[in-house]
Design a protein around this ligand. Sequence first.
Ligand code: SF4
Length: 297
Amino acid sequence: MESFAERVLEWYAEHARDLPWRRPGTDAWAVLVSEVMLQQTPVARVVPAYGAWLERWPTPAALAADSPGEAVRMWGKLGYPRRALRLHECATAIAARHRGAVPSTVDELLALPGVGAYTARAVASFAYGQRHPVVDTNVRRFVTRAVLGLGDAAPPSTTRDHATMEMLLPAEPARAARFGVAAMEVGAVVCTARAPRCRACPVRETCAWRGAGSPRYDGPARPVQRFAGTDRQVRGLLMDVLRGTADPVAAAALDAVWADDVQRARALDGLVADGLVDPLPDGRFALPARRPTLPTG
Ligand code: SF4
């Protein structure tokens, strides 16, 4: 009987979406950029932003030579713009510590600013063909159902998630790396959160959750994220104003975007605290200027 991994790999060979960061010749910097962008933004919105970003900054050194404010401006409306700052810090560290080349080991990647357990393994695996368990939300849900027989994944646990994925990984590194992407794709387009398409699934015959009669999720209700009226919405509106001009903006221009003074001030304070906005001595506000160079080593 074909192994779990073989079935997933065969399915992937036939059904994988053609995404730019999966094309042959994609280098490690491009993989890193795609992974950071994809963490909290849907694929359809990432594709154009990814292309534009790499056209402007094809290497970490190119981004490091520009200001963090330009990274935030270029991030546009991808959301969670702290990721742009972290990517800029990361590029600066790569330029300073690794002569501009994205490092290849998980430990070196983990030592970069803003690179966590998932991103480090994703880059080592997808860019450098190494054998590592790479577990995002989609993989966790797919594996939880197919192997553990539960309707939905428990909260993330790096140790448990890696141990479960490790059991499924092919031994050969390049195959393991491809399996990581393939499992992610099954989770993203077949074993979806709300309506898994079991009839199209490559592991439907052995899926533990189906075998158990597809029991309903009976854990605590998941919070529904709202956006309208939140500080996140106000932050986004303030950032739109700052991104829309090359010059610093007067406080009055920011005041105009949201009527509630208390909430607007709180959102602006948060942006300043996050390093996304610089308050200038003359009372105006700007996207962040260049920071001092990070120490090497
Ligand atoms: S058979 Fe259905 S529930 Fe099981 S892994 Fe496939 S899509 Fe998910």
